[in-house]
Design a protein. Structure first.
Length: 386
């Protein structure tokens, strides 16, 4: 399957889900696309034995570092029946492979890699609490190599392959399943891509329809959950990249860092709330577009993203609501494949961001500060509409 077709399928899926969610106005019950679905996070060990074999002829390195901590996210799981579900997953290491001192240049060079999955998972219950699963389907491997003086040293690669896995699951309750899981993709000799083995522990969170009693109880809180948000934001690196570094390079990375940096930018976003719980949790769909200037050469970059956004209203009061929001792996178009001589891969990527903010005043309008994947702190004003 060609890359453009894969991108089209993924984009159509997200857009269809987005439109379906917008059509539902009962925001205290899960929308049609989320009922009975599940999401999951798995953190563990990954191994893909990168070595000197991936270097192009004429290049040598003093060494290669392969970090082994990785994350696999179940972006969307949908049961087909009691024993079979369809899944969209995303897997990548926390830190990139590094080649050191290539041909004596005294530099470190990153090789980025991720694996997207579109698979079927079969489930066999062994008891009321314990099940085993088997998984098989399409894996899409994307590798972003590097160049020296315009000459490829490790080439980019993008191809479809088999993705296989399995898990032992413990059914904790109706919401939570705990699991030990594994995933594997074979070696691809044409691109000199090694096999991948992933072993992890994690959880799935199940979205079973809420009971009639709980829906009625949630509807009577009197708390504000704005339905529409229109936001304009300004980005600057005047405060540095400390927040980004802390969240992407700390002992427990929340984001995955980038090698290109933004100096300034302007963005316009629209978010539509599709579900909210009784007091704290809410889920939105968001459209985000921006224009950015790079730090080193002042290059202009355009982006357009579709994001699921999770929002947690941490503190509620009569005049102000303080919140934290988080978005991960939103399909994104980016206008350039290289910024400040840093290769970014294809024009299709994923968009993450995290923000803190406050709804304040009579209309509960919002000020927010957020940080994006390669973007410094963004200050934005958000207009809320019931």
């Amino acid at each position: 399957m060609h890359r453009n077709k894969r991108i089209a399928i993924l984009t159509i899926f997200f857009f269809s889900f987005f439109v379906t969610a917008l059509a539902q106005d009962n925001r205290i019950q899960y929308p049609t696309g989320l009922k009975n679905a599940y999401f999951g996070v798995n953190i563990g060990y990954i191994n893909y034995p990168f070595s000197m074999q991936q270097l192009e002829p004429g290049f040598q390195a003093d060494g290669v570092t392969v970090p082994h901590t990785a994350v696999r996210i179940v972006l969307y799981g949908l049961p087909i029946n009691k024993y079979l579900s369809a899944r969209i997953t995303y897997m990548r290491p926390v830190n990139w492979v590094q080649y050191r001192n290539v041909n004596g240049d005294l530099q470190n060079h990153s090789v980025w890699m991720n694996i997207a999955g579109l698979t079927l998972q079969g489930r066999l219950p062994l008891s009321k609490k314990i099940s085993i699963t088997g998984e098989a389907g399409l894996g899409v491997i994307t590798r972003n190599g590097f160049e020296i003086n315009g000459v490829p040293v490790v080439k980019n690669a993008n191809y479809g392959t088999g993705l296989f896995g399995g898990a032992i699951q413990y059914h904790l309750n109706n919401k939570w399943d705990l699991q030990l899981s594994t995933a594997w993709t074979p070696e691809h000799k044409k691109t000199r891509q090694p096999h991948t083995l992933f072993i992890a522990g994690g959880f799935n969170y199940n979205l079973y329809p809420l009971s009639k009693e709980k829906v009625e109880r949630n509807a009577k809180t009197g708390l504000s959950f704005p339905k529409h948000f229109l936001m304009a934001g300004f980005t600057t690196n005047a405060l540095g990249y400390g927040v980004n570094d802390a969240l992407s390079k700390g002992p427990v990375p929340i984001f995955w860092g980038g090698d290109a940096h933004v100096k300034t930018g302007f963005s316009i976003s629209y978010q539509r709330n599709i579900f909210h719980a009784r007091k704290v949790f809410a889920m939105d769909w968001g459209l985000h577009t921006g224009i950015w200037k790079s730090r080193d050469k002042g290059e202009t970059i355009f982006t357009f993203s579709l994001n699921p956004v999770l929002r947690f209203n941490a503190v509620r009061s009569r005049n102000a609501d303080f919140f934290l929001e988080y978005a991960v792996a939103g399909p994104t178009f980016i206008s350039k494949t290289k910024v400040d001589n840093v290769p970014l891969g294809r024009k299709f990527t994923f968009h993450d961001f995290m923000g803190i903010g406050v709804f304040a005043g009579k209309e509960k309008e919002c000020w927010e500060a957020s940080g994006l994947l390669i973007i410094p702190t963004e200050i934005s004003f958000r207009k809320t509409m019931a």
